[in-house]
Design a protein around this ligand. Structure first.
Ligand code: NAP
Ligand code: ZN
Ligand code: ZN
Length: 351
């Protein structure tokens, strides 16, 4: 297979900074689309991967799975895209296409799904490399069409922060009569508020940060509950149909179970790992409450979300950065100082 060397930014080890690297990309096969990357969102998962928080990173890590780019080359069998199209790539670049989950458009739960970075590349014997790079080559099945009316940098975070919150909102049938709570106002949290609000739900932000109250209301929340204030938490007992918990690190979810209504579901999308402290089953059993998890979304559902965002004029609130500022952006992310998604202008990679 023909390969070419391209410019990227990545980390060589869990204690290394994200720095310039050269990586190999395959040349487009007949079914591939090659994009010049214009914008790439910065997800907290990028930081988890760079620092090996989950213990399965393979180095070098070139993060980035919220990609908007311009098509610069298409294989002979590509039918959906042509040179010059502005398109998107999210968290998935391949799957088996034949298992039960793939047939149900749930590629994210395919046992052979290939993540945009940090997975094994089926074409080259290398890890997959993400969007902190000049260009990417992706099978057309995993390339998405974007609405023409939206700002390109603001679209990028829809590809992960958006779909990760949209998928559980849809799975748990959120609509006009739903009461939804979102825990944590960062990249995922701000998209969850916008999307749940656009679906017609009554939306509550549960946050540690009183300084984010006004922003949450501007984003579409109907109220904000400060999680450390017992009186405020007491007022929302037995209240929510769905809670989307976006907190990235181990935290006590027991106080949130009390705020679920009977048959309510708390969906963990943030923290990956054993709960600490443990989950107390008593309020779950006494109230028929559910704790669930959810991973990104499939390709068809991501396209559905992009179309919905086009119709409702929804984009992410972004702070545009240069690739050279990525390490500082990670430090700010660790301090919850993101309003509400960093997006890298990839033109900076050329400078
Ligand atoms: P983010 O922008 O850093 O936002 C996380 C928010 O959680 C913070 O703004 C903060 O909100 C709150 N928070 C942070 N640390 C906390 C702590 N120790 N205790 C309580 N609250 C805390 O992160 P993100 O990009 O939205 O990602 C959130 C998590 O989702 C990450 O772990 C990421 O890896 C994961 N993720 C999962 C999927 C999936 O498919 N399931 C997809 C993408 C990302 P407040 O200041 O409002 O409290
Ligand atoms: Zn992500
Ligand atoms: Zn499959």
């Amino acid at each position: 297979m023909k390969v070419k060397n391209i410019k990227a930014y990545g980390a060589e080890a869990s204690d290394a900074a994200v720095e310039p690297l050269e990586i190999k990309r395959r040349e487009a096969t007949p079914k591939d689309v090659e994009l010049e990357i214009l914008y790439c969102g910065v997800c907290h998962s990028d930081l988890h991967f760079v620092r090996n928080d989950w213990g399965f990173s393979v180095y070098p890590v070139v993060p980035g799975h919220e990609i908007v780019g311009k098509v610069i080359n298409v294989g002979a069998e590509v039918s959906k895209f042509k040179n010059g199209d502005i398109v998107a790539v999210g968290c998935l670049v391949d799957s088996c296409r034949s298992c039960g989950n793939c047939k149900k458009d749930l590629e994210q739960y395919c046992p052979e799904w290939v993540g945009t970075y940090g997975s094994h590349d089926k074409h080259l014997d290398l890890p997959t490399f993400g969007g902190y790079s000049e260009s990417i080559v992706v099978d057309e099945h995993f390339v998405l069409t974007i609405p023409k009316n939206l700002d390109l940098a603001g679209i990028a975070p829809i590809l992960c922060a958006g779909i990760t919150t949209w998928s559980p909102l849809r799975k748990w049938n959120v609509g006009k009569n739903s009461k939804v709570a979102v825990v944590g106002l960062g990249g995922l949290g701000h998209m969850a508020i916008k999307l749940a609000s656009a679906l017609g739900a009554h939306v509550t932000l549960i946050s540690r940060s009183p300084n984010k109250i006004k922003d949450a209301m501007d984003l579409g929340a109907d109220q904000v509950v400060i999680s450390t204030d017992e009186a405020q938490m007491e007022k929302v007992q037995n209240n929510f149909d769905v809670i989307i918990d976006t907190v990235p690190y181990a935290h006590d979810i027991n106080p949130y179970i009390g705020t679920l209504s009977t048959d309510g579901t708390l969906v963990l999308v943030g923290y990956l790992g054993p709960l600490d402290p443990m989950l107390n089953s008593i309020p779950m059993i006494m109230g028929r409450k559910t704790v669930a998890g959810s991973l990104i979304g499939g390709i068809a559902e991501t396209q559905e979300l992009l179309d919905f965002c086009g119709e409702h004029n929804i984009i992410s609130e972004v702070e545009i950065i240069k690739i050279q500022d990525i390490n500082e952006a990670y430090e700010r992310m660790l301090k919850s100082d993101v309003h509400y998604r960093f997006v890298i202008d990839m033109a900076s990679l050329k400078s």
